[in-house]
Ligand binder design. Structure first.
Ligand SMILES: Cc1cc2nc3c(=O)[nH]c(=O)nc-3n(C[C@H](O)[C@H](O)[C@H](O)COP(=O)(O)O)c2cc1C
Length: 212
């Protein structure tokens, strides 16, 4: 059996809500897990040498291109070795943490992970995105339509990497600590309880899909 690849991008460590919900998933996942904590160990941003390396014969790589290609190759090998994916990606300034975007830019490589004649190399593999956001972004709120994390990731992970994406977003995580939001604590607690429940359920669902 291959492994679950857990890519974590919260800077909040043990206090991270997305990581706590991910724990509910992992507690119900009995296979091997490879975890990459991008907040603790960020990958480099994609720079010119890394882009040039993609279209240059490896035998002609400059030392900078060779080093940049080695980073991409390691991350792509780790990505393609997985049979299922867990991404914990909180909302920072309406979008994903920059460490997660840097990881995406390193692994989305033509003829590596996408651009093959028969589709992305990881096509059809299951992925769970667990986000978390401090405010409320539901249909009747002023923030509705301003979440540029989950909709963006659903598109990128599916259209470019071929993953079958499910997402969970516990929200109003700031309600317990911001006095002006105290009245929203019950909504936060409901959202969080549902996310934990869904995470446990998805672990069972993923186990069945990977074993099939
Ligand atoms: C740098 C930073 C930016 C944030 N920006 C937003 C934001 O734009 N909207 C929002 O609702 N919450 C925002 N938050 C709150 C986080 O989304 C919230 O704390 C969430 O629980 C973080 O996920 P985590 O607990 O998994 O780390 C921000 C938090 C940080 C640290």
């Amino acid at each position: 059996m291959s492994y679950l690849l857990h890519i974590d991008s919260s800077s909040l460590g043990a206090d991270s809500v997305s990581s706590q919900v991910a724990r509910s998933f992992r507690d119900n996942w009995d296979g091997p897990v490879v975890r990459r904590n991008l907040a603790a160990s960020p990958v480099p941003h994609l720079a010119g040498a890394g882009i040039a390396a993609r279209s240059t014969d490896p035998a002609r790589h400059t030392p900078e291109q060779a080093a940049a290609a080695a980073v991409q190759d390691e991350l792509i090998e780790e990505f393609l070795g997985a049979s299922a994916y867990l991404f914990t990606v909180p909302m920072y300034n309406l979008t994903m943490p920059s460490v997660f975007k840097a990881w995406l830019d390193q692994v989305i490589v033509k003829d590596g992970t996408f651009g093959h004649a028969d589709g992305p190399a990881a096509s059809g593999r299951p992925a769970l995105v667990i986000s978390a956001r401090g405010g409320g972004y539901g249909p009747s709120t002023p923030n509705h339509g301003k979440d540029f994390v989950v909709p963006a990731l659903e598109t990128i992970l599916h259209d470019m990497l071929g993953l079958e994406v499910t997402s969970l977003t516990p929200e109003l995580t700031m309600a317990p600590v911001v006095p002006a939001l105290t009245h929203l604590v019950p909504l936060h607690e409901k959202s969080l309880a549902e996310a934990h429940q869904q995470a446990r359920r998805q672990a069972g669902n993923f186990r069945g899909r990977v074993a099939a």
